[in-house]
Write a protein that binds this ligand. Structure first.
Ligand SMILES: *[C@@H]1O[C@H](CO)[C@@H](O)[C@H](O)[C@H]1NC(C)=O
Ligand SMILES: *[C@@H]1O[C@H](CO)[C@@H](O)[C@H](O)[C@H]1NC(C)=O
Ligand SMILES: *[C@@H]1O[C@H](CO)[C@@H](O)[C@H](O)[C@H]1NC(C)=O
Ligand SMILES: *[C@@H]1O[C@H](CO)[C@@H](O)[C@H](O)[C@H]1NC(C)=O
Ligand SMILES: *[C@@H]1O[C@H](CO)[C@@H](O)[C@H](O)[C@H]1NC(C)=O
Ligand SMILES: *[C@@H]1O[C@H](CO)[C@@H](O)[C@H](O)[C@H]1NC(C)=O
Ligand SMILES: *[C@@H]1O[C@H](CO)[C@@H](O)[C@H](O)[C@H]1NC(C)=O
Length: 614
């Protein structure tokens, strides 16, 4: 990884784009997939962004869950550093965002300080609700219109707060069209202020499932397929989820709760295909609004001075690995996601193979704004061919804490005996806490993960792109593949010893250690890739590293349960990982969050304020 040349590449780009600070249009969908052909079914996205910009074909989210992923995007910091790891209190959600100081120190504030006007329409945070929308107001935006819980995922009953005013209900209006209308208004407003560059975000809920949270105690959470507009109801009638090798397989791989899942029956498969058709239909509204936003830019003559980012918070699986609709896993379906950038100097019709992640977005945008960030965990994404040629990043840290929640009407993981205090009432899977590592080089493509149960996984995606053969599964009958496995001529055990040490570094990395993790192990700077580290003279060094493990399955970042936090340095001494002090996280006396029952995953309304001490 050569951070210096990346920055030089972008500087060159900025020079090319003229002295004026460019505008940023940011489109953030919710739960969009890359592996069930979502982008392929969006013709206007193809025409205006994919053909006119660069697709980042190896772009990853680092936590496959809305709120932690959005915090990752808007801070440029890994989830283990923000400590926003969930959608609900006490480990995540808007109150936690506020408590961690993020509401006062994140991308929109940084852009304003750089001279930008900032606007946001749609979904921002989870647990940002009709109860707490003004306590405090979301910071950093000149104008905003936010969807509010408990109505966020009701496609036909949105409630929103405009510029912090009391919530307004939009019963009967289609949410992705509604938020698009608000984004058009904001874009027109931004364009009126010719003296200042702007950042405009549209964050529709599509294609997230429809969720009705109970308004009172007699009511229940109801999950269903996403809503779509009548004008799209006729589309995709023949579509089926691609039947890849991981699609409801006859032989199940994986570890922990996934290993024990029963095969889905035909009723569920038919439901799941329709669920994905509904997602594709819901995305048509986003396809149209994205084209309409570009048309407004074109009409205003600003298209050539605007960078357009199109991405999503996390990916999605439906039927792969026998799972019901949902996310929260480390499989490619959940973490490998769409990312398209169009703008001045960005190659047109290009597919970039640079390895990038959501941790890089804030750095990328601030670099374009002419105010490079130094204190993030990411690096600017290479937006020119020159920068791309020098981008040698090979790793993405994937992390997750807590439950896996099945979505849709038939979602149920109870059959697999995975119920406990947290799981039972939500039909969720527990022990879904893990650390993962995606490593991609010229001759290798690996996913390595260690779970809170101490189970481990290694998939060789060069030969097993669907991640169905865990090479570390001693009982899985994969001995032949494991024996034949080689990278740079080295055996599975040697490769795993390197991945183990790299993951210990990355699970506690901050700033430069996240960007150049091999330096924590090899301060001399002679090792920059997995392949470099595999040299036989390092074998004893790696054999002496602490083994990664967990002592307990937690549903948040409890440092004591996450095993070793240091590695040995080559040449002597140790590298101590960074663990945030939890002083900021400690709830204040009397701090309350409105109306969520964490165990039941239920919104219970204002009458049920839960003290976060409980
Ligand atoms: C947007 O907010 C920034 C920061 O408060 C301020 O400097 C700027 O004047 C505002 N822009 C408009 C159009 O009000
Ligand atoms: C919208 O939400 C309100 C509760 O605030 C409820 O009374 C109403 O029935 C809902 N409408 C629909 C169409 O779901
Ligand atoms: C199929 O599976 C679902 C979900 O587990 C279950 O509710 C349903 O009864 C099953 N249908 C048949 C025909 O077995
Ligand atoms: C669930 O647990 C019960 C009792 O421990 C056992 O009888 C049953 O076979 C288990 N079911 C599965 C699917 O493992
Ligand atoms: C995982 O391994 C550690 C270290 O050997 C041990 O303390 C812990 O109990 C193990 N956890 C489980 C769930 O087996
Ligand atoms: C969850 O993990 C814990 C170890 O933290 C283990 O004791 C428990 O049996 C696991 N539960 C299930 C359902 O796998
Ligand atoms: C993360 O936040 C939780 C909830 O506030 C807290 O209990 C935990 O100690 C924090 N973890 C770290 C590493 O600061």
């Amino acid at each position: 990884m050569k951070a210096g040349s990346l920055i030089a590449g972008v500087a060159l780009l900025a020079g090319h784009a003229a002295a004026k600070q460019p505008n940023i249009l940011f489109i953030l969908t919710d739960d969009m997939d890359s592996h069930m052909e979502a982008m392929e079914h969006m013709p206007l996205l193809q025409k205006h962004l994919i053909n006119e910009g660069t697709v980042f074909s190896r772009h990853y989210c680092t936590v496959a869950l809305c709120c932690p992923s959005r915090v990752n995007i808007f801070t440029g910091r890994a989830a283990h550093n923000t400590n926003v790891t969930d959608v609900w209190a006490p480990y995540g959600g808007y109150p936690k965002v506020v408590r961690e100081g993020i509401n006062d120190d994140y991308l929109p504030h940084w852009l304003q300080a750089a001279g930008y006007n900032t606007y946001y329409a749609g979904k921002m945070w989870n647990q940002h609700s009709v109860e707490n929308y003004n306590a405090p107001h979301v910071g950093g935006f000149n104008e905003s219109d936010f969807l509010l819980d408990p109505f966020t995922y009701e496609y036909w009953n949105a409630t929103m707060t405009r510029n912090g005013a009391p919530p307004v209900r939009y019963e009967g209006q289609y949410s992705p069209d509604l938020t698009a209308d608000k984004a058009y208004d904001f874009l027109r407003e931004a364009l009126r202020h010719k003296d200042r560059p702007w950042f405009v975000a549209h964050a529709p809920i599509a294609p997230h499932g429809n969720v009705h949270f109970p308004y009172d105690e007699s009511d229940e959470t109801k999950q269903s397929k996403p809503g779509y507009a009548e004008r799209h109801a006729h589309l995709f009638k023949d579509y089926k989820i691609p039947r890849g090798e991981s699609f409801n397989p006859a032989e199940q791989g994986g570890v922990s709760w996934i290993a024990n899942l029963p095969r889905l029956n035909d009723t569920v498969i038919a439901y799941n295909d329709e669920f994905q058709r509904s997602r594709l239909r819901a995305l048509q509204s986003v396809d149209e609004s994205t084209a309409a936003l570009l048309q407004l830019l074109k009409d205003a003559g600003e298209l050539d001075n605007t960078y357009i980012f199109y991405t999503t918070d996390n990916g999605y699986h439906i039927s792969q690995h026998r799972m019901h609709p949902g996310k929260e896993c480390g499989f490619e379906t959940d973490v490998h996601i769409p990312m398209i950038v169009r703008g001045p100097g960005v190659p047109r019709g290009h597919v970039s193979e640079a390895v990038t992640s959501h941790t890089d977005i804030a750095s990328t945008i601030m670099e374009l704004a002419g105010r490079p960030l130094e204190n993030t965990d990411g690096v600017p994404m290479p937006l020119s061919l020159e920068a791309e040629a020098n981008a040698r990043m090979e790793h993405v840290t994937i992390e997750y804490w807590g439950l896996a929640i099945p979505e849709g009407e038939l979602g149920w993981y109870g059959d697999a005996n995975m119920t406990d205090d947290y799981g039972s009432s939500a039909h969720a899977a527990i022990n879904n806490t893990y650390k993962g590592l995606r490593v991609i080089g010229d001759t290798y493509s690996l996913y390595y993960a260690v779970w809170c149960t101490n189970e481990t996984e290694l998939y060789n995606l060069m030969e097993d792109p669907f991640e169905v053969r865990n090479l570390l599964d001693a009982n899985g009958g994969h001995a032949a593949q494991a024996n034949a496995f080689r990278i740079a001529g080295r055996s599975l055990d040697q490769v795993v010893s390197r991945l183990n040490a790299l993951l210990v570094v990355l699970k506690t990395c901050a700033r430069e250690t996240c960007r150049e993790p091999w330096r924590a192990l090899h301060p001399q700077g002679d090792v920059a890739t997995l392949e470099d580290s595999l040299a036989p003279h390092f074998d004893a060094f790696y054999a002496g590293q602490p083994n990664i493990y967990f002592t307990k399955c937690e549903i948040g970042y409890i440092a004591e349960s996450e095993g070793p936090m240091y590695v040995n340095r080559f040449g002597g001494g140790i590298h101590q990982g960074y663990v945030p002090t939890n002083a900021k996280s400690a709830p204040e006396n009397g701090d309350e969050v409105a109306g969520y029952d964490r165990k039941a995953l239920k919104y219970l309304g204002p009458q049920h304020r839960i003290s976060i001490w409980t």
